[in-house]
Ligand binder design. Structure first.
Ligand code: AMP
Ligand code: ZN
Length: 122
């Protein structure tokens, strides 16, 4: 697996920085966001270092699809209510103007009883 030495999320994947793990397999890792903005807020990341969504290629479609398909399953495991009355929010920030701060592509999954707002989005 390609990792980048100065990447905080690669260090989490390698166990060099701790995380509160939600899910892990050979391709992806999910862990709780250190600064949650909703009652349930975790990140899903590919183990392969992809700096940003815009740098993903068609070779990455399976992993991106897996992350997307895992989101509802893991959200419910973390306590998100199912169906139309429940639900969750998925966000991928890309680049400075997209609000990205950590340059290892990640999917935010947010859920839980309202009210809560994602800064800059609502
Ligand atoms: P973004 O603005 O999309 O790049 O979001 C990066 C997210 O990573 C923020 O919500 C941070 O709170 C979160 N974060 C940064 N460092 C850590 C860490 N060590 N463990 C868990 N989450 C982190
Ligand atoms: Zn990385």
């Amino acid at each position: 697996m390609r990792h980048q030495a100065d990447c905080i999320f690669c260090k989490i994947i390698l166990g060099q920085i701790p995380c509160k793990k939600v899910f892990e397999d050979e391709e992806v890792l999910a862990f709780h966001d250190i600064h949650p903005v909703a009652p349930i807020h975790f990140l899903i990341i590919p183990k392969k270092h992809i700096a940003m969504l815009a740098e993903a290629t068609l070779d990455d479609q399976a992993i991106l699809g897996k992350m997307m398909c895992l989101a509802p399953k893991l959200a419910e495991e973390q306590g998100a209510e199912p169906g139309r009355e429940g639900g969750f929010k998925v966000i991928v920030n890309n680049g400075a103007q997209g609000g990205q701060e950590v340059y290892h592509m990640h999917m935010h999954v947010l859920a839980g009883s309202r009210p809560w707002k994602v800064p800059g989005l609502g």
